[in-house]
Write a protein that binds this ligand. Sequence first.
Ligand code: ZN
Ligand code: ZN
Length: 413
Amino acid sequence: MHNDFGARLQKYAKLVIKVGVSIQPGQELVLRVPIDAAALARKLAIEAYKAGAKYVNVFYNDDELTLIRYQYAPRDSFDYFPDWYAHAMIDFAENGDAILSVYASDPDLLKDQDPELISASRKAAAQKLRPFSELLGKDYAPWTVIAASTPGWANKVFAHLPEAERVPALWDAIFKICRVDASDPVEAWRKHTEELVKRSAYMTEKQYVALKYTAPGTDLTLGLPENHVWMGGYGKTPQGNPFTANIPTEEIFTLPHKDRVNGTVRATLPLSLHGNLVEDFWFRFEEGKVVEVHAARGEEVLKKLLETDEGAVHLGEVALVPQSSPIARTGILFYNTLYDENASCHLALGRAYRTSLKGGEEMSEEEFGAAGGNDSLIHVDFMIGSDEMDIDGILSDGSAEPVFRQGEWAFEV
Ligand code: ZN
Ligand code: ZN
């Protein structure tokens, strides 16, 4: 292992606490973390208390225990989700506590399990946690998703390395991508997120009525609703505290109009979906709806996902990421949505973020839907970017301007 591993881990933890959830004195931290990342959890707790956190609530999870449930629990018990956990999360969010989730599951964990059970369990969790997801979707509480190197995940990404080298190799990649080795990582992140904020402002100002995507296997016109807001870099709580929802983050994003997406789009990276890999897949859209789907692997899990509810066949997010992003440049396929989505232009099936529409936080469900915002229990990102992708912004008079050329930004800010 890198001989200053402990120091780098501490710098990573500090970055996450300062720039990610941005802990304020007196605030509580909620930490949802894999047991295999306990070393990181302890560093995060140290940094949180040093920043003035009142209390650090830790909820450990464990891939092995998840698998044990699938192997031994009664088949009819998978639509159960504990109320106490949902209530706790909703309470934390309502209090404005900082919510930090560490995501590092084995991408193949559930590959041999029944898709019906996976779907039932996902749906039960999403239903019970819905008020919680809605509060975070409105940036009501500061929230951040990060990753940690764990054996289950590292074995997948670095299968070609000797076993003892895999976890350190994944940590090394995480530290590089998260700019942990910069002389002042916190400052490096402030600069980086500032640029994302500028690109977002440029795109919001343009108010393109649609984006047109062209790439091998992709010919897609994606309508954007009136008053859409591009966002990137950082969000702000109602109290005005900036926080970064994803570390790393390389994207700027908004919502598509849920009924104005037409054409075909091909995924350029596999999707790790609930412990199953979906590979080599494409969708055809008509009037915003998926009308055709094909996957070389994992098609059944993907189709189950689309059956979740009415909104699952519509899009809720469109995000732009240049191919030159530090993650894309590693050339590593991470099989982890947080990392892969920040390496590639992507779209998401399901729920749109209220903050993507001007005044969206205050709208009723009906108003948000009428304005083009999608609602669903799911929000699943899939990657479509490549260095062969061109994107045009279509103005209200029908003229087109270049937004992306060959996978890179086509405008300066
Ligand atoms: Zn995104
Ligand atoms: Zn997303």
